[in-house]
Design a protein around this ligand. Structure first.
Ligand code: IPM
Ligand code: MG
Length: 355
């Protein structure tokens, strides 16, 4: 039995998750044992239980094998005190489930090569895996806050740190992924300035000794940001910390044409995982049936691959998405002239038909 917690969240979340649920239901129709249970997160959690991560949601997620999440956030929650903000629900569920390894692939589909903001020759055939550490770094470091200095001036502050075990475990995941790909890993840091990064680099270099087949390189994050738009195909696996990974993965998503195409997986040490599109809740287009559900559907493919070890089903879903693109069907974000523009629900139906 595959026990999946489904957390649609806010904005376009419910619409895109509904399409991914159609895919899961189609697979169930084919005999796969799938159980789905829904719960609130983000603004929806706040509306339902005055908490962006209601107790019942965390319990359900903990009792499930995998979590499918839409997106969180909305204008109406922007003025809430920080602990009540939708984003806190996301950060807390990642931390609460120990999901330290965040896989964000940036893959350019041949059908969408013209949708990229870069020249086709720079991105055609691009296949990068960004591995972002997800439960440490300046995102979670204490102390943090706003304090008053002795001279009476106020100061905002956060703390960046990484413990050895945190770096080690994510580095092992990174080398494991690299072993299954082109055996190249680039660790991205800011070791020329930050002590945390110097330490990160030392530990990654040590772990690398256990993976002599993988070619390890190091790059400063500012240079990496530039190289990603200059010559992105030089990368295979990028391993980096939480905040650098947040920024670089958004940048990398644009290489592929649309952030609406990018899935992600966040895994714990036992491959239990939370699967969500890389994009946000896009409140400006919510409820209009125009959002691209493919990133969420592709997140289900990652779920089959990483949590349930069903590479066959993962490829079947990915194949269905490819087929739909080959048929010329496009949501607005990836539309180009000559193609057929369709809505969110129609795209979900098309993928199910192609399955
Ligand atoms: C992401 C998002 C989140 C993050 C926000 C919504 C907290 O940007 O998943 O990349 O920064 O991790
Ligand atoms: Mg982000």
């Amino acid at each position: 039995m595959m026990k999946i917690a489904v957390l649609p969240g806010d904005g376009i979340g419910p619409e895109i998750v509904a399409q991914a649920a159609k895919v899961l239901e189609a697979l169930r129709g084919d005999g796969l044992k799938i159980e789905m249970e829904y719960a609130h997160i983000g603004g929806a959690g706040y509306d339902a239980a005055q908490d962006p991560l209601p107790e019942a949601t965390l319990k359900l997620a903990q009792a499930s094998d995998a979590v499918l999440l839409g997106a969180v956030g909305g204008y109406q929650y922007d003025t809430l005190p920080r602990p009540m903000r939708p984003e806190q629900g996301l950060l807390r569920i990642r931390k609460g489930l120990g999901l330290f390894a965040n896989l964000r692939p940036a893959l350019v589909y041949p059908e969408l090569v013209n949708a990229s903001s870069l020249k086709p020759e720079l991105v055609s055939g691009l296949d990068i895996m960004i591995l972002r550490e997800l439960t440490g770094d300046i995102y979670f470091g204490q102390p943090r806050g706003i304090r008053e200095l002795p001279n009476g001036e106020r100061q905002g502050f956060d703390t960046m740190h990484y413990s050895e075990s945190e770096v080690r475990r994510v580095a092992h995941v990174g080398f494991g992924i690299a072993m299954k790909r082109n055996k190249k890993m680039c660790s991205v840091d800011k070791a020329n300035v930050l002590d945390t990064s110097m330490f990160w680099r030392e530990i990654v270099t040590e772990v690398a000794k256990e993976y002599p087949a993988v070619e390890l390189s190091h790059m400063y994050v500012d240079n990496a940001a530039m190289q990603l738009v200059r010559a992105p195909k030089q990368f295979d696996v990028i391993l980096t910390g939480n905040i650098f990974g947040d920024i670089l993965s958004d940048e990398a998503s644009m290489l592929t044409g649309s952030i609406g195409m990018l899935p992600s997986a966040s895994l714990d040490a036992d491959n239990k995982g939370l699967y969500e599109p890389c994009h946000g809740s896009a409140p400006d287009i919510a409820g209009k049936d125009i959002a691209n559900p493919l990133a969420t559907i592709l997140s289900v493919a990652m779920m089959m691959r990483y949590t349930f070890a069903r590479e066959d089903i993962a490829q079947r879903i990915e194949g269905a998405v490819r087929k739909v693109l080959q048929q010329g069907l496009r949501t607005g974000d990836i539309y180009e002239s000559g193609m057929q523009k369709i809505g969110t629900a129609a795209m979900g139906d098309a993928v199910v038909a192609a399955l």
